[in-house]
Design a protein around this ligand. Structure first.
Ligand SMILES: Nc1ncnc2c1ncn2[C@@H]1O[C@H](COP(=O)(O)OP(=O)(O)OP(=O)(O)O)[C@@H](O)[C@H]1O
Length: 267
């Protein structure tokens, strides 16, 4: 692989902020097909970092690597390291269930479980056990509040989750993820299936959560990346091209590749 005319190494104007993830020399292939090549970047804690780039450049692959979702795919081979709060996520002592609790993930299509609104949010809490009914109610209310959904559903918690609109379902899925108190939320195109009003609500939610969580957002929507993220990483053909504070990347990119992409000159 390789990009014609692309500078190597990439341009990285990295924040002097504490890291949540330290990714070093990450390469990943599906069978014989490389998807990521030699990625090195740090994701700052309690900030919103966006991954942007053309379709197929490896954004979702990179996101999924952060909570080891590729473990489920036997065709995947991976090199390099990913440290989460200093810990190598592939170290033998790391329990993958606990990693995925701490590093929650929300996908493009809202995927509420076929059960009530309440039970969706309580699902992970019940699996963990150890809470009284009253404590569980409190966490459910907190999580629905944090996902900006409580006021809309507080009088219908027993209704099916599928009775909610698409945008409400996505906020419910976020509440379900938040209920188990992750420290990171990975968001893979979380609003791309939603209408504009629901999209703005998700964006408000992302901004409101960053005081408490590290958020990593994959998006095709350049305006969305510009509106909600603090840092943006631009990927092309599995490589990091440019990584900078979002304002800088969008107003004053250092590389022509980046400028061509964000101005729509390349798809
Ligand atoms: N499960 C898989 N098996 C085989 N190849 C895959 C798999 N998932 C992704 N790929 C390939 O890996 C490359 C990167 O895909 P990925 O989905 O990470 O890109 P992306 O930037 O998120 O794309 P998009 O914006 O279209 O969602 C692509 O060539 C894709 O076809």
């Amino acid at each position: 692989m390789g990009i014609e005319g692309m500078v190597n190494p990439p341009v990285i104007d990295f924040p002097r902020e504490a890291s949540c993830f330290d990714i070093a020399g990450l390469s990943l292939a599906y069978g014989d097909t490389p998807a990521l090549e030699g990625l090195t970047l740090r994701v700052p804690r309690h900030r919103v970092t966006a991954f942007i780039g053309p379709s197929g450049c490896g954004k979702s692959t990179l996101l999924r690597a952060l909570n080891r979702l590729h473990d489920l795919d036997e065709t995947v081979t991976q090199r390099g390291t990913i440290r989460f709060e200093g810990q190598d996520i592939h170290a033998p002592e790391v329990a993958v269930d606990e990693l995925r609790r701490q590093v929650g993930m929300v996908f493009q299509m809202p995927n509420p479980f076929p059960m009530s609104i309440y039970d969706n949010v309580a699902f992970g809490l019940r699996l963990q056990g150890g809470l009284t009914r009253r404590q569980r109610d409190d966490v459910v209310e907190w999580a629905l509040g944090a996902a900006a959904l409580w006021d809309e559903v507080k009088d219908r918690l027993g209704d099916s989750a599928w009775s909610l609109s698409g945008g409400q379902q996505q906020r419910l899925v976020i509440a379900r993820t938040l209920a188990v108190k992750p420290s990171v939320l990975l968001l893979d195109e979380p609003a791309s299936a939603l209408d504009p009003i629901s999209t703005l609500k998700i964006e408000d939610l992302i901004r409101s959560l960053k005081g408490q969580l590290t958020l990593v957002l994959v998006t095709h929507n350049m305006q969305q990346a510009a509106r909600v993220s603090d840092y943006t990483a631009f990927l092309q053909q599995g490589r990091l091209v440019e990584y900078a504070p979002t304002d800088t990347l969008f107003t004053n990119p250092r590389l022509a590749h980046t400028e061509n992409y964000i101005t729509g000159r390349i798809a």
